[in-house]
Ligand binder design. Structure first.
Ligand code: MN
Ligand code: MN
Length: 471
């Protein structure tokens, strides 16, 4: 049909970028992406980093992975993993090339914005018992009232034993929520700015209202609830001091739209990217370069702490690998490349004014590559080099992976960071790539199935490429 095209049309095809949706380019993606997302919906039942790591460990066990043993010499195709404090997992498939030639790394975080418990969470007021929370990550606080919540986490009891708490999601379990003011009396509240409509100290979760049956008891509601918690979990009020508990939205992940083209669910920042890289890692059987797939933690609060990407756990792990081949960790890092897999903002026509429509990402147009993020004059950003972009995009072209470039929003409106800077500080060439999300950080976030599937293909392509790094 080429001869029917005009010279201008041919030149247009040759010289101008041709954006388009994934499904227009390849209708067969509908089926592949939908099948891929059946597993993803199961992964979304993990709502904390600990749950995501446990899920990964059991899936890896089914796919021939063993726990990393320091000093062991791994052979090409060997698969192994290491868990850091129950909150990070580092997964590898040993490549044919020596580690000195570098690794192919991808990192996604498994923590999401939520409501952590304060150390003294339990109180009663006006005939009701509550848990006080301290929000974790960036949230619009008003979104977290009047949605069903489930409570998750772990408590270390006084005798040193631990108990996992997970309640509020199943049909036969009680639910929890934070109340809001009735509209009839909300004249003053409604005139406040959105950041003040609900105050941090108002994010108290309602957990009970029936009193303990004993006239002599002072805090009857509080005691009644605490005795139920004690009966179920064997803990007392002071055990909350050695606990990590949080409340997360109790919604189950669902297909969205009449066409079921999207997924609605909590924590898709960054469970979507975590699942894509997990499946790419598992499906990589015989790579040229050793893969390293990581679930990060604490990304939503700045990557600090022993499980955040500023921690040395990552470098220490690579150092252990390097020593088993008798080389220095820095030489492995210098030759490695990393996909920092984290979601980006999808253009939302309801709020079109915050986007540069020529440089933002659109749903169903593939994973977003962000050469840089940060804010204003590119502050606090990893800015991938032209060489790194050329390397990664070259792999995508060769492998039939579609992508889109995307900035978060207009330059002076805001900004955001990812863990890319925490990776590149180790002298690893890094670029951000991730799924476009609508309603990011809201109790329910929306993504496209096709975008997620294409991100999986992108990570898989990098893991399975034989292309040497020459920059
Ligand atoms: Mn994220
Ligand atoms: Mn986030």
């Amino acid at each position: 049909m080429d001869e029917e095209k005009t010279k201008g049309q041919r030149l247009e095809e040759e010289l101008l970028r041709n954006p388009g949706t994934l499904i227009e380019k390849d209708p067969s993606l509908k089926e592949k992406a939908s099948a891929f997302c059946e597993g993803y919906k199961k992964f979304l039942s993990c709502k904390t980093e600990r749950e995501a790591v446990s899920f990964a460990v059991s899936l890896l066990g089914e796919h021939g992975y063993t726990e990393f043993a320091r000093g062991k010499v791994y052979r090409p195709g060997d698969k192994f993993y290491m868990v850091n404090r129950g909150k990070n997992i580092l997964m590898c498939t040993k490549g044919k090339k020596p580690l000195a030639d570098g690794m192919r790394v991808s990192v996604a975080h498994a923590d999401s914005p939520r409501l952590d418990f304060k150390p003294h969470p339990l109180f009663e007021d006006s005939g009701m018992a509550y848990f006080k929370t301290h929000y974790y990550g960036g949230i619009k606080k008003y979104q977290w009232t009047t949605v069903p919540l489930s409570i998750r986490g772990v408590v270390i009891r006084k005798d040193g034993t631990s108990v996992e708490i997970k309640i509020g999601e199943e049909e036969d379990e009680p639910s929890f929520c934070i109340t809001d003011l009735l509209i009839h009396l909300a004249q003053d509240q409604m005139s406040k700015t959105a950041s003040k409509v609900i105050d941090g100290e108002q994010l108290n979760i309602l957990i009970g209202s029936w009193p303990y049956d004993d006239e002599k008891v002072k805090s009857k509601i509080k005691l009644a609830v605490m005795s139920l918690i004690n009966a179920k979990y064997g803990i007392a009020e002071d055990d909350f001091e050695s606990a990590e508990l949080c409340a997360v939205p109790a919604f189950k992940a669902r297909d969205m739209g009449f066409d079921r083209s999207m997924i609605a669910g909590y924590g898709q920042d960054d469970s979507s990217c975590a699942y894509a890289e997990l499946m790419a890692e598992i499906d990589t059987k015989d790579p040229e370069y050793t893969t390293l797939t990581i679930f990060a933690d604490k990304e939503e609060t700045g990557s600090d702490g022993v499980t955040g990407m500023r921690s040395y756990f990552f470098r220490d792990f690579v150092e252990d690998l390097a020593q088993s081949e008798g080389i220095e960790v820095r030489h492995v890092l210098r030759n490695s490349v990393c996909l920092s897999a984290d979601v980006g903002s999808a253009f939302d026509p309801a709020f079109g004014e915050v986007y540069d429509t020529k440089n933002c990402a659109y749903i169903n147009c593939g994973p977003i590559i962000s050469k840089y993020d940060g804010s204003r004059g590119k502050y606090s950003t990893n800015d991938a080099s032209a060489e790194m972009m050329g390397y990664v995009l070259g792999i995508f072209r060769e492998s039939g992976v579609s992508w889109q470039m995307g900035e978060l929003g207009k330059i002076d409106i805001g900004g955001g960071g990812t863990i890319a800077s925490e990776i590149s500080v180790h002298n690893i060439d890094t670029v951000d790539i991730g799924v476009p999300v609508l309603s990011m950080h809201a109790p329910v976030e929306v993504i496209s199935k096709a975008d997620l599937y294409m991100l999986y293909k992108a990570v898989y392509a990098v893991y399975n490429s034989r292309k040497p790094k020459t920059f």
